[in-house]
Design a protein around this ligand. Sequence first.
Ligand SMILES: [Fe+2]
Length: 332
Amino acid sequence: MEYEISYLPIRPDSLKTNTTVGCDIYLLTRTMAEVRFVLYCKRDAVFDEAKKEMLVVQKIKSLFIKKEEQPAFFDYLENNFQHIVSDTNIPSDERTKIVHRAATNLVKDLFADPSTGNIERIKAFAHNMVDYVIEDSKAAESLLKIAVHEYDSYTHAVNVVAIGTLFGQKLGLGPKGLKGLCAGILLHDVGKTKISTDILNKKGKLTEGEFGIVKKHPELGVEILEETGIEFKEELIITLQHHENDDGSGYPYGLKKDEIHPCGKIARILDVYDALTANRSYRDAVRPFDALKEMKYGMLNCFDIDLFKKFICFFGPYDLREKKGKSDRLQN
Ligand SMILES: [Fe+2]
């Protein structure tokens, strides 16, 4: 039916009272004769206590927005992030999904337009996300569960950020280091926005010349970040070093071992994990366990061994909960 395509459901508890949402919100009404969407709260009207009470009284579990207004709703979620993630009335899993949706939209916007405004949004998100995982360990766990078990290509980038931030927390990074790490992971490939999509999306092997161009993206990324102002040094390090391999075979500088900053080492592990678990034009995504296996048996030269072991230990319990036994083999 047409309405299913043009309207999207939203959760009523993702709306904060006394705010304007910025897009029209609809109720679904059903009669014997028809099913239709009725305007419930106009884009510039205040969602107040009375409106909320009406939803509670009528036990309404879903509201709807028009599909074309989804970006405005994502902006709303992003701006009210703190409210949503700290609202204990919303189940932890649901809060995590809301965080995901807002962040996914953010990443899409960044790659469509790597402007100062969008980079600032990324930094604000990194601040909020780190506060969120530090303050609420249950929420952090639910974020990781989604990251490991959901394979939607839109949420993929955010999944890797969640994994990286929580791994950084496990390694003992403090709030400032974590915020830098989180922002750095979100921004690390921003240099690709200066490279032709014909090359980036090319099916099949790149020519030497094309690969030479791709290899410039870490430095191009640093240029973009320097133009927009740096908040955390980790952002620059991660952007510049996320393709450097432990044995010196990476790029752009062929740094090895401790010439690579700890954040660069973390970023290298995450970048490979990201590449393996994402759906790409030239290969299907592999499951997290298989990605770790491929990293261990085929690419160990890329990583700092101690750090990689910690990554597997960090990951094992989440990934392999249903497949006990395999984790032991990876950790040996
Ligand atoms: Fe990259």
